[in-house]
Ligand binder design. Structure first.
Ligand SMILES: *Cc1c(COP(=O)(O)O)cnc(C)c1O
Length: 369
C-alpha cells in the first residue's frame, strides 16, 4: 500500500471480495445475497462498492433512502435495489428509477398503490416488511388480511418479497427471542403466501444472523457490516478483512515543557518534556470529541499515540513523546486489528458501524484494487 500524503480513506476491494466470498460460503448454494450499500456503503464509496459487487454477481442491493438508490442508478447500477425506508414524497422518483420499495405500514402501502396506479404501473415489485419484535418498522401479523385483500383489488403492484429484521442477532444470550422472531416470521409468511396466488421470496438475516442463525437464511440474506469487514464477535472478525483504512500524516511536531497546555480550553497539560504531533483530521471528518482527552489513539510507526486534549474541527493532537517519527510520517487512525474500526470505536463505547459511517465526504477515498 502507498504511504499516505494527506488524510485518506483507503477502500480495499480485495478485502471486499474476500468478505463477500466468506459470507457466501455460509449460505446454501441457491440462497441469494443482498448487499446493503446504504450510507455510502457504510462510509466507503457506494458507487465503487456496488459496481464491484455487481461484477461479482450479487443478487440485490439495499439502501435506506430513495436518493441513495438514485445515485446508484446514475452510476450505472442495473441490479435490483430495495429501498428499506422510503417516504411517500419520493415515490414518483423511485418508480422512475426502477427502485423497489419496502412497504411497512398501511399508510405507506396505500400511498404507494395510489402513486403506482397513477403512473400506470402493473405488477410493480414491492417488498412487504413485517415487524416480528424489533418494533421499528413493519406490519403485524394481523395486518395480513388488509394487505392481501388490497392486493387482490389492484394490479399495480406485485409482492416480490416478504421480510423482517432481527433485533439481537449478534447476541446469543437473546437466542430464544431471536428464535421466536424466526418462528413468527415463518408463520406470517405461510399465512400470507396461502392467501395470494404466488410465492414471494423470504429474507430476514443481517450479517450476524447469517453467521448465527442459518435456519433463518430463507431465500436471501442481507449482508451489511460483514461485507465491510466486521462481524459482531471477535472470532468472526478474525475471518473478515476490514475494507476501509483511515490514514493521515503528521503535519507538525511540537516539543513542549512540563505545564504547557495543548489545544482548546487548555484541556491537556504536559507532564514533563513531551512531544506532540498535529494531525489533519477532526470532528468535521467524523472523529467525534469523545475520542479526545486520551480516550482514543492513532498508530504511528506501529506505536500507539493517544489523542490529547480536545478534538478540533479539522485537527487532533497526539502524544508522540516515546515514538520515533517525523513530520510527514504516516498515521493510521483505524485499519486492521489491533486498531481496527471496532477497536477504535470501543475506546469511546461505540461500535464499528458508527465510526465507519461517520467518515465525512471531505476525506478523499482511495480505491485499492
Ligand atoms: C442495515 C440493515 C441490514 C444490514 O445489517 P448488518 O448488521 O450491517 O449486516 C440488514 N437489514 C436491514 C433492514 C437493515 O436496515
Amino acid at each position: 500500500m502507498l504511504k499516505a500524503k494527506e488524510t485518506v480513506l483507503e477502500i480495499d476491494l480485495k478485502a471486499l471480495k474476500h468478505n463477500f466470498e466468506y459470507l457466501k460460503s455460509k449460505l446454501q448454494k441457491d440462497t441469494k445475497i443482498l448487499a446493503v450499500v446504504k450510507a455510502f456503503a457504510y462510509g466507503s464509496d457506494a458507487n465503487i462498492v456496488a459496481d464491484f459487487l455487481q461484477n461479482l454477481n450479487v443478487d440485490y442491493f439495499a439502501v435506506a433512502y430513495v436518493n441513495e438508490g438514485v445515485a446508484l442508478r446514475e452510476a450505472g447500477i442495473k441490479t435490483p435495489i430495495l429501498v428499506l425506508h422510503p417516504q411517500a414524497v419520493n415515490f414518483k422518483t423511485l418508480i422512475e428509477r426502477c427502485l423497489e420499495p419496502s412497504l411497512y405500514s398501511s399508510k405507506i402501502f396505500n400511498d404507494f398503490i395510489a402513486i403506482a396506479t397513477e403512473e400506470g404501473q402493473t405488477n410493480y415489485p414491492v417488498h412487504i416488511k413485517f415487524n416480528t419484535g424489533l418494533n421499528r418498522l413493519g406490519f403485524r401479523e394481523n395486518d395480513i388480511d388488509f394487505i392481501t385483500s388490497k392486493l387482490r383489488d389492484t394490479s399495480a403492484i406485485k409482492v416480490k418479497s416478504l421480510f423482517s429484521h432481527l433485533a439481537a442477532s449478534e447476541d446469543l444470550n437473546e437466542a430464544e427471542f431471536t428464535k421466536n422472531q424466526i418462528d413468527n416470521f415463518k408463520k406470517t409468511a405461510a399465512t400470507f403466501t396461502k392467501s395470494i396466488a404466488y410465492k414471494p421470496m423470504l429474507h430476514m438475516t443481517n450479517t450476524s444472523g447469517i453467521i448465527n442463525f442459518p435456519e433463518a437464511h430463507f431465500d436471501m440474506v442481507r449482508a451489511g457490516i460483514g461485507l465491510y469487514g466486521y462481524a459482531n464477535s471477535h472470532e468472526e472478525n478474525k475471518k473478515l478483512k476490514p475494507v476501509a483504512t483511515l490514514k493521515s500524516i503528521i503535519s507538525q511536531i511540537h516539543k513542549i515543557k512540563k505545564g504547557e497546555t495543548v489545544g482548546y480550553n487548555r484541556a491537556y497539560i504536559s507532564r514533563g518534556l513531551e512531544k506532540t504531533a498535529t494531525i489533519p483530521i477532526g470532528h468535521a471528518d467524523g472523529i467525534s470529541r469523545q475520542y479526545g482527552n486520551e480516550k482514543g489513539f492513532v498508530v504511528i510507526n506501529n506505536q500507539k499515540a493517544p489523542i490529547i486534549g480536545n478534538v478540533c474541527m479539522d485537527m487532533i493532537m497526539v502524544n508522540i513523546t516515546n515514538i520515533d517519527c517525523k513530520e510527514g510520517d504516516e498515521v493510521v487512525v483505524f485499519g486492521n486489528h489491533p486498531n481496527s474500526a471496532s477497536d477504535f470505536s470501543k475506546s469511546v463505547q461505540t461500535i464499528s458501524y458508527e465510526i465507519i459511517t461517520s467518515i465525512s465526504q471531505r476525506i478523499k477515498r482511495v480505491i485499492i484494487k
